[in-house]
Design a protein around this ligand. Sequence first.
Ligand code: GLP
Length: 258
Amino acid sequence: MRIICGKDYSDVSNQTAQFLAAQVRLKPDCVLGLATGGSPVGTYAKLVELYRQGTLDFSKARTVNLDEYVGLAPDHPQSYAYYMRTHLFDHVNLAPGSTFLPDGLARDGEAECARYDALLQSLGGTDMQLLGLGNNGHIGFNEPGDAFCLPTHRVALTESTVSANARFFASREEVPRWAYTMGIGGILSARKIVMVVTGAAKAQAVRDVFFGPVTPKVPGSVLQLHKDVILIADREALSLIPDSVVVDLSALLPFANH
Ligand code: GLP
């Protein structure tokens, strides 16, 4: 695992985008695993900027998202399908039919989960998986529990996740209580994983995920078993981990500010 410290949200976003951009340039027909939430918004903005500058071509890439709320249609402004169109898909040259998310309106939840895992397998897994981190240590919507759940599954969101995500909805009551999420198996099958985290509120989760025991009580801790994980975070999010393991890339200009 490598830990990279960015100066602030913008720097962290730029550096995260550079890893994703490098993956697309290295393998134009790559499969990117994508995440939602507040953390990757700046990353997507930077990717759009690189595309507009003509330095990034998504025409052969495919994308697979981590999760979707159960019950939200793709045109619901709080759905992750809508989020992805707004922040990335509508602004770059991804080909029609090359972006995938779980279907929040699927009638048969079990069949939808099986379909999603089959899809992931047919794509050959992801080359690079982007992750955020929940305050309770969740990745995707893999919530704390008694066992790691490997396949895509329908999950009841914890009260802490509902509260954390309420800021995106008009009221807490509107936050869906269920979601579909790629499981721990799908996430760990990524060839490379890049996690983006900022802010002091995530500092304890970062410490628990990367320096605590590997336990389903902290789902992200399973990343300690993956051979190629990069955490890109600001100083606040890294405030509870030892300085000696952090790399400060801001010294490596112009790459960091490219
Ligand atoms: C949601 C998403 C996660 C995301 C997490 C953190 O629960 N399902 O994929 O990582 O929120 O979001 P934020 O970046 O807004 O803190």
